[in-house]
Design a protein around this ligand. Structure first.
Ligand SMILES: Cc1cc2nc3c(=O)[nH]c(=O)nc-3n(C[C@H](O)[C@H](O)[C@H](O)COP(=O)(O)OP(=O)(O)OC[C@H]3O[C@@H](n4cnc5c(N)ncnc54)[C@H](O)[C@@H]3O)c2cc1C
Length: 390
């Protein structure tokens, strides 16, 4: 006689990865009884998830469409001595729009304010003592620490209403013409309406401490410098994202528990940007198409995807090590300034984690923007050899 379960699928964590998986399971297998457990009072928290349109396949763009809150036809970057406008479209998903859409599709399958205390392959134990069972238990509870070597991308963003319209045609994805504080520093600005901006102060730093008050002051100073008069602060978001420098992905999985980890918990993020939206969307489709929705085979499939992605993206970690280890913090901007002189299709492939051998060679050739001795030391580290272009 088969075991009786409370649900077909339990997803612990109603953030980006958990929400997208729930959506795709609902779309492909509408008869499944799914339970999405979120510790917080809303799905998705307070976020603006963005990516380049070229990071996504047309199919994924289609199903993300109802959640896309903004799309711009291009973006610009600024470095000391030059500004460049690129025509790659840029997209954002506001977490409020994400929460609305997931709620519309999943309805009663969502339980908010329901922190999970522990997970096993077929069991979710809630903090209130309830025990629930399912053949498939997914751990989508966000980042965890483990045996990966990380630097940090940390930032504070403020959505602000201006007293007068700004004159931005599109996002400024990097403005590195600012003082280089606490590592590689740039400002990131999304124009959300003629008078509304999301302004983020970002740093690629060795430490993960986030001094919110000084970031607030730096954003105010930047806005003043741009001639934007802030009338009111609408909301704030902040984050400390892992930037992978190296590490043992198999050991990471050995310590990942018996549920099927997904999202940042499965180390599925772009090594240079820390962004996980494209990976999360692709994984959601892959999971929904698996023939057997039991924890064992789903965990094995995600583990395989995670390890393959990690191995394919070794070159990006090499660049991270160049950025973090071969470069004095105040000179890190030079690496990005040089990168942004390259051709747009290469830049698109780079962000989509699809850089080919010729792209990698192109990125590494020419006069290095970092001291040559330090660059060679980073290249020669034995753990790094496997990350060289292949
Ligand atoms: C401020 C910020 C901005 C970012 N911007 C971008 C971006 O522009 N583009 C991009 O691609 N990436 C971005 N990222 C990186 C990454 O995509 C996000 O961190 C993304 O939210 C990670 O997805 P996730 O599902 O793994 O984790 P999360 O989205 O953090 O989801 C984890 C969820 O699990 C819940 N949870 C945690 N513990 C429990 C528990 N015990 N029980 C139940 N629920 C629990 C949390 O409340 C949360 O809702 C950003 C990250 C941050 C922090």
């Amino acid at each position: 006689m088969g075991r009786a379960f409370d649900h077909d699928v339990i997803i612990a964590g109603g953030g980006l990865a958990g929400g997208l998986i729930a959506l795709r399971l609902r779309a492909f297998r509408p008869s499944l009884d799914i339970l999405l457990l979120e510790a917080g009072p809303v799905l998705g928290g307070v976020h603006t998830w963005s990516c380049f349109e070229s990071d996504l396949t047309p199919e994924i763009r289609d199903w993300l469409h109802p959640m896309i809150s903004h799309r711009w036809a291009g973006y610009s970057v600024r470095f000391p001595g030059y500004e460049r406008r690129l025509t790659t479209p840029y997209l954002s998903i506001a977490s409020s729009r994400f929460a609305e859409h997931v709620t519309k599709e999943l309805g009663a399958s969502i339980r908010l304010n329901a922190p999970v205390a522990d997970l096993e392959a077929n069991i979710a134990m809630l903090a209130d003592g309830t025990t629930l069972t399912a053949p498939l238990v997914i751990d989508a509870r966000g980042p965890r620490s483990g045996p990966l070597v990380l630097g940090w991308q940390k930032f504070l963003g403020q959505e602000v209403e201006l007293a007068a319209p700004h004159d931005l045609a599109g996002p400024i994805v990097m403005d590195a013409t600012v003082d280089q504080l606490d590592g590689y520093r740039f400002l990131y600005t999304l124009p959300l309406s003629p008078t509304r901006l999301l302004i983020e102060d970002t740093r690629y730093s060795d430490g993960e401490a986030l001094d919110k008050d000084s970031l607030r002051a730096d954003i105010a100073a930047y806005a003043a410098q741009q001639g934007w008069r802030i009338a009111s602060l609408v909301r704030e978001e902040d984050g400390v994202l892992p930037i992978a420098l190296g590490g043992d992905i198999a050991a990471w999985w050995d310590r990942s528990g018996s549920a099927a980890s997904v999202g940042l918990r499965a180390a599925l993020f772009h090594p240079v940007t820390g962004y996980s939206l494209p990976d999360a969307a692709r994984l959601a489709d892959e999971i929904a198409a698996l023939p057997r929705l039991d924890t064992g085979p789903v965990r094995a499939a995600v583990r395989q995807r995670s390890i393959t992605s990690w191995e394919e993206r070794g070159f990006y970690r090499l660049l991270n090590r160049m950025l973090f280890r071969a470069c004095a913090p105040e000179l890190r901007y030079r690496v990005l300034a040089r990168f942004y002189r390259l051709r747009q299709p290469l830049i698109e492939r780079f962000y989509a984690a699809r850089a080919g051998l010729a792209d990698k060679a192109r990125i590494l050739t020419g006069k290095p923007p970092v001291p040559i001795g330090a660059a060679l030391r980073v290249m020669a580290e034995s753990s790094v050899l496997k990350d060289l272009p292949r």
